[in-house]
Design a protein around this ligand. Structure first.
Ligand code: AMP
Ligand code: MG
Length: 342
């Protein structure tokens, strides 16, 4: 009897341990956000360690708060001489520059002087004056960024230029985590790097993933829409992510490279669905700046250039949702006061 009780106790303990350690996501604060990864039944400690070590490495290379990160070294010196960087940062800048070009500068990684002027991501944001903006606008032009693939170097043609990869780096990190999943033949995973989502593998017996997309007007409430997806990445950029209010005016973190001000158009948020999470990330920011119509028209061209499928949802301030042409995924809108514009 005594032994049996012990056995039962031990089995229950094992069961709890098993059910607790497996299928539970792991998270860490990195890349300026909370990174959550769930490997479900393949969630071995060593795989999680490998994934978070890789995310830490990316955080070190891209961190603007780290003195010797590649980005800090670029921003301190690339306007004087070419700065050699690691493969990760070089690859991201290379892709970012393609997106800058394809979006005709709506996405522009040389936006940093404007980001640094408004400080919208900080505890002490500042309302920039027109004079301050006029001073930094000449520094914003991705065409003055020169890459040399022979020695992985970055050079700025203009003194005072700086770059900001905040609009694309998390997408790259999500792709890198998906790569590790592939290498270990992990069957299914959800990678969520602060809204940069990658649903990997199959949910269960050929079931699709149900991904919820935030309501930009009520981001802490239930999702605005859910969409059924196979393995892919889903990235959203919205005005609710980082913003501040002053004198009843709303200032958010997506800036127009042309005016230097937070973008003020018909949009509240944009979601891009694409297997390439780095591309999806760059495009959400770019599409937000470009607005609905221009973005929808440009998608087929970008699909050709990157040889990949791109779908997008545009959430407008008038509570209309616009889908990109040939949007093929099943979706459900969960709020009565929002409609899909056809
Ligand atoms: P996301 O949340 O992906 O849209 O990225 C927004 C972040 O990208 C901001 O916090 C800035 O660091 C940076 N950013 C803002 N405006 C732009 C822009 N027009 N082009 C490129 N990066 C931008
Ligand atoms: Mg982005």
């Amino acid at each position: 009897m005594k032994i049996n009780l012990r056995l039962i106790f031990f089995s229950v303990f094992l069961f709890l341990l098993f059910s607790c350690s497996q299928n539970r996501p792991k998270y860490e604060q990195l890349l300026g956000t909370i990174c959550v990864v769930n490997l479900y039944e393949d969630g071995k400690e060593e795989y999680y360690n490998e994934i978070f070590a890789r995310l830490e490495e990316i955080d070190h290379e891209f961190g603007t708060d780290k003195m010797y990160s590649d980005i800090s070294r670029i921003n301190a010196r690339a306007d004087v001489e070419p700065v050699t960087v690691g493969d990760d940062v070089f690859k991201v800048i290379e892709t970012a520059l393609k997106i800058c070009e394809l979006t005709d500068g709506a996405f522009d990684i040389s936006i940093e002087p404007a980001v640094n002027l408004w400080l919208i991501n900080s505890a002490a944001p500042h309302i920039a004056t027109q004079e301050e903006i006029d001073n930094i606008l000449p520094l914003i032009d991705y065409k003055n960024i020169v890459l040399n693939p022979v020695n992985n170097s970055v050079y700025f043609r203009k003194e005072g230029m700086r770059i900001d990869l905040g609009g694309i780096a998390k997408g790259y990190a999500a792709d890198e985590v998906a790569k590790i999943c592939r290498a270990h033949k992990i069957r299914r995973a959800v990678i969520d790097l602060g809204g940069n989502i990658y649903v990997y593998g199959k949910k269960k017996k050929n079931e699709l993933w149900n991904v919820g997309i935030k309501n930009p007007e009520e981001p802490d409430n239930m999702p605005l829409l859910k969409v059924e997806l196979p393995q892919t990445s889903v990235v959203t950029s919205g005005i609710y992510e980082r913003f501040f209010m002053r004198d009843e005016k709303f200032y958010h973190h997506i800036l127009s490279p042309a005016s230097g001000y937070p973008v003020d158009n018909e949009l509240s948020s944009v979601t891009v669905i694409c297997d390439n999470s780095m591309l999806a990330d760059g495009l959400t920011t770019a599409f937000f700046v470009m607005g609905t119509e221009k973005s929808v028209k440009l998608i087929p061209y970008i699909e050709k250039k990157f040889n990949t499928k791109i779908s997008a949802l545009f959430f407008r301030k008038d509570k209309q949702i616009v889908l990109s042409d040939k949007f093929s995924y099943e979706y459900t809108v969960l709020y009565d006061n929002w409609t899909v514009k056809s």
